[in-house]
Design a protein around this ligand. Sequence first.
Ligand SMILES: Nc1ncnc2c1ncn2[C@@H]1O[C@H](COP(=O)(O)OP(=O)(O)OP(=O)(O)O)[C@@H](O)[C@H]1O
Ligand SMILES: Nc1ncnc2c1ncn2[C@@H]1O[C@H](COP(=O)(O)OP(=O)(O)OP(=O)(O)O)[C@@H](O)[C@H]1O
Ligand SMILES: [Mg+2]
Ligand SMILES: [Mg+2]
Lengths: 227, 227
Amino acid sequence: VVELKEVHKDYSLGKVNVPALKGISLTIGEGDFVSVAGPSGSGKTTLLNLIGCIDRPTRGELHITGQNLERLRDRELTELRHRTLGFIFQTFNLIPVLNVYENVEFPLLLGKRKQSRKEEKEWIDHIINEVGLGDRKKHRPNELSGGQRQRVAIARALVTRPQIVLADEPTANLDSATSERIIELMKKINEEQKTTFIFSTHDPMIVDMVDHVIRLHDGVIISGSTS
Amino acid sequence: VVELKEVHKDYSLGKVNVPALKGISLTIGEGDFVSVAGPSGSGKTTLLNLIGCIDRPTRGELHITGQNLERLRDRELTELRHRTLGFIFQTFNLIPVLNVYENVEFPLLLGKRKQSRKEEKEWIDHIINEVGLGDRKKHRPNELSGGQRQRVAIARALVTRPQIVLADEPTANLDSATSERIIELMKKINEEQKTTFIFSTHDPMIVDMVDHVIRLHDGVIISGSTS
Ligand SMILES: Nc1ncnc2c1ncn2[C@@H]1O[C@H](COP(=O)(O)OP(=O)(O)OP(=O)(O)O)[C@@H](O)[C@H]1O
Ligand SMILES: Nc1ncnc2c1ncn2[C@@H]1O[C@H](COP(=O)(O)OP(=O)(O)OP(=O)(O)O)[C@@H](O)[C@H]1O
Ligand SMILES: [Mg+2]
Ligand SMILES: [Mg+2]
C-alpha cells in the first residue's frame, strides 16, 4: 500500500544543501503494523511527511494505495490525504481556539458526512474516552498537559477511520502505562479495520510491539526495507 | 535550595475548578540530581513551573535559594529567574526567527555580560557541540528535527551556568544514544558546578541515573518528598 523507489529529499538552506533522505527504497503492505526507527536527525519525520503527502520528494517515486504521487496535482494530493490518511504530528499541530472535542471532530467536518449526527457524536466521544481524555473534552490545548495534547492529536488522526495512519513519535510525552494503552488501541484498530500503521519512534515499547522495523541512519535505510 | 510547604495549584476553566496540585510539601538540596516522575496529567509540568517562578501557587509557600517567593513582586521574580534558573520547556519555546546559535546565545544577552566577547562565543560554541548540533548552528527551529529543537532548548538552559536547572521531559524526542549523552553532560555539569538538576520525566533512563525520585500521582506526592 506504500512503495518508495530511490527517494531523495534535499532541503536547501541559503546556498547549503542538506540531504535529509539519500535514496530510500521500501515497501509496506496493507494492514502492516511497522515502525521507522533511528537516531535524532536521521530523517524519520521527513520520510513520514513524504508518505503522508505533506511534502514532495526532490527525486524518486512514491506510490500510495497504487497511485503514483508525481502524477497528482496539489489539489488531488490534498484529496488523497483527507480520504486515506491520518497523521499524528511530532509537534501535535492542534488548533488553539478549539477545545479537545472540537479538535477531534475537525477532520470529520472537512469531508462528506458518512454517519448520522448522533452516530458521529458517539464515535467522537468513544475515541476521546479511549485515549483517556473523557474528563477533558472542554479544555483547549493550552489548558492541557503535554501528554494530553499528544493524545488529542492521536484521537484526531483516528477519527476519520483512515486507511493508513502515520504516527510521528506518538508516545514521546506519555508515561509507560498510557503509552501501552495507546498502542493497544492502535493494534486493535489495525486488527479490526485492517488499518496500516506506520510509526516513527524512539520508544522501545513500540519497537517491541510492531511486526517489522525499518532502521534509518543518516538518511539511509540500513535494514528492513521490505516487510 | 528548593522548599515547598502545602502548595496547591488550581486552574479555573470557566466555572469549573481543576485542582492540578493538591498540597505538595518537599525539599530539594543544593547540588541534588533529582526527578519528578508520574503519569501524564499528574502535575509534573505544573510543579516545575511553580519552582521555576513561571507561575504562582494558589496557596502554600515556596522558597527558592532561601527566598520566600510570596514576598517578591513580579519584577523581582523575573530577576531571580534570570539570575538563578535555567528552564528546558516540554514544548521547547524557541524563538522562530533566530537560528540555533542565536537562540542559545539569547539568555546571555538579557543579563550583564560576565565574560569577554571571545570567551562567550567559545562557551556558546562548546555547549552547542556538546549537544551534537555543531553542524546545525545556522538552522532555524523550523529547519530542524524534533530532537534537534529539543537539544537547542537544552543548550539554551545551560548557557547561563544557572544554579538550578529545571528540565521538563528533556529527552522525550531523543533516541537512547543521544539521551544518554545529554544526561551524562548534565551529570558532569552537576558534579563540576554543583548545579541542582530537577527533571520531570517518563524516561526510565533518567529515573535510573538520578539520586532521588519524587513520585507524583493525580496532584499528590506518593513518595520521595525529601532527598
Ligand atoms: N491552564 C490550564 N487550565 C486547566 N487545566 C489545566 C491547565 N494546565 C494544566 N491543566 C490540567 O492540570 C493537570 C496537570 O497538568 P500538567 O501539565 O502539570 O501535567 P503533567 O504531569 O506535566 O503531564 P504530562 O506528562 O502529560 O506532560 C492536567 O490534568 C491538565 O489537564
Ligand atoms: N526545513 C529544513 N531545512 C533544512 N534542514 C532540515 C529541514 N528540516 C529538517 N532538516 C534536517 O533534515 C534532517 C532530518 O530531519 P528529520 O526531522 O526527518 O529527522 P528525525 O529523524 O525526525 O529526527 P528526530 O528524531 O529528532 O525527530 C535533520 O538533520 C534536520 O536538521
Ligand atoms: Mg522527527
Ligand atoms: Mg508535562
